[in-house]
Design a protein around this ligand. Structure first.
Ligand SMILES: NC(=O)c1ccc[n+]([C@@H]2O[C@H](COP(=O)([O-])OP(=O)(O)OC[C@H]3O[C@@H](n4cnc5c(N)ncnc54)[C@H](O)[C@@H]3O)[C@@H](O)[C@H]2O)c1
Ligand SMILES: [Zn+2]
Length: 361
């Protein structure tokens, strides 16, 4: 069992552990007693996860609430149903919410916990690779509304994250790859995160076969390194005033592609995987990186075989106008996180329009 600590450098000094390993959900009670004692535990999950893994998660003194599965249910209606159920159960301020599922469950449960009775404790038990390496770490909570994704939410840190990598064995290939895209992203920002030397890029390249076979020794290692890198960034910049933006490598293009395809062709990770390649193409075109690193990075992206679904051609103009809708746009300028050296990235807001246009052709 591995442990990573999130230690946020704000006045309130929030600190909590992330435990990573196999068969952790069976011991959830022990962890809860130690890190998040509560008058009652309110578990939020969906039917699919509950059918697959619910019988392993036996938390004493708990109530379970099933919400519908899917991003489209990360909305006000589901949020209200969670809050109303908590009220109906008369959960008090000492109760704790438990998010048992992927990023959708984590985001909405965290948000509900942050506003129920002005905030009750909450715990993340992430069951997708994306949730284990990304969304369960760092305290961003959210729901979507008709104006866009994640527009309504809070920064609210859990008391504990239990990442049971055994649960990843029931994910389908597409869901796994969506997590791998974020993992590859960490390899490209490792040095800028400035919180340890993991040689993550080489680790991923050298062990690709075992990783793709979902050998859990390697998966545990990957989840641990990813959490350390994300925690390292969040510890320095919880509310995304600066450094945290580097976690969006590949996302300027990725989000634009998701928007152009109306969120129903690509998974988030597939869009990010293309976005990562676009960043390397752009950096190379701008002479920010040499050919060696360009080839090494491209090779790693290819090793994961993100196999994109059939999709229409999106013109540079269409992509660029979608990019301008992104929350990261500042004064009408598109923000790009671009590689500058192996494992290093910088934030740019003045990319040459012609070069950008040519790369997107
Ligand atoms: N808060 C953050 O910092 C942050 C970061 C990145 C993404 N997100 C959010 O995360 C969400 C995406 O998360 P996701 O990719 O986990 O999607 P998801 O939560 O929709 O899960 C994907 C699918 O996998 C199923 N599933 C979950 N665990 C499973 C398991 N062990 N076996 C089989 N199936 C399982 C789910 O029921 C769902 O159908 C988005 O809403 C995104 O906005 C948040
Ligand atoms: Zn992402």
């Amino acid at each position: 069992m591995r442990e990573v600590t999130v230690d946020i450098n704000e006045k309130q000094k929030t600190s909590y552990p992330i435990f990573i390993g196999e068969n952790l959900i069976e011991k959830a009670d022990e962890y809860l007693q130690k890190y998040c004692k509560a008058s009652k535990y309110f578990i939020i999950t969906n039917e699919k996860i509950n059918n697959l893994w619910g019988n392993k998660l036996n938390i004493e003194n708990s109530e379970k609430f099933i919400i519908p599965d899917g991003e489209k249910y990360k909305n006000y209606e589901t949020l209200i149903s969670i809050l109303d159920k908590a009220s109906e159960l008369k959960l008090d301020r000492k109760s704790a919410f438990v998010a048992f599922g992927g990023g959708v469950i984590g985001d909405i449960t965290g948000f509900a916990a942050s506003i129920y009775r002005r905030g009750v404790n909450f715990v993340q038990i992430p069951t997708t690779l994306l949730a284990q390496v990304d969304s369960s770490v760092g305290g961003k909570t959210a729901v979507n509304n008709s104006y866009g994704k994640n527009l309504i939410g809070t920064f609210y840190q859990p008391k504990l994250v239990l990442a049971d990598t055994k649960t990843l064995t029931t994910l389908d290939e597409r869901q796994l790859k969506t997590g791998f895209a974020e993992v590859v992203k960490y390899a490209f920002i490792e040095k800028t995160c400035d919180c340890g030397n993991f040689n993550f890029l080489d680790f991923l390249s050298n062990n690709i076969l075992e990783i793709k076979k979902l050998n859990l020794y390697y998966i545990n290692e990957i989840v641990e390194i990813s959490c350390k890198l994300k925690a390292g960034v969040v510890n320095k910049d919880e509310k995304e005033n600066g450094l945290r933006a580097i976690l969006n490598l590949g996302h300027t293009y990725g989000h634009a592609l998701e928007k152009c395809s109306e969120y129903n062709i690509f998974t988030h990770g597939e869009a990010v995987a293309i976005g990562l390649q676009v960043c390397f193409d752009l950096s190379f075109a701008l002479s920010l990186i040499d050919e060696n690193y360009y080839n090494k990075a491209t090779e790693l992206i290819n090793l994961f075989e993100f196999n994109l679904p059939e999709h229409p051609y999106y013109s540079p103009d269409k992509i660029i106008s979608a990019m301008k809708f992104d929350k990261k746009v500042k004064d009408g300028k598109i923000i790009f996180i671009l590689p500058t050296k192996e494992g290093e990235v910088k934030i740019f807001d003045n990319i040459d329009k012609n070069i950008l246009h040519n790369v997107l052709l």
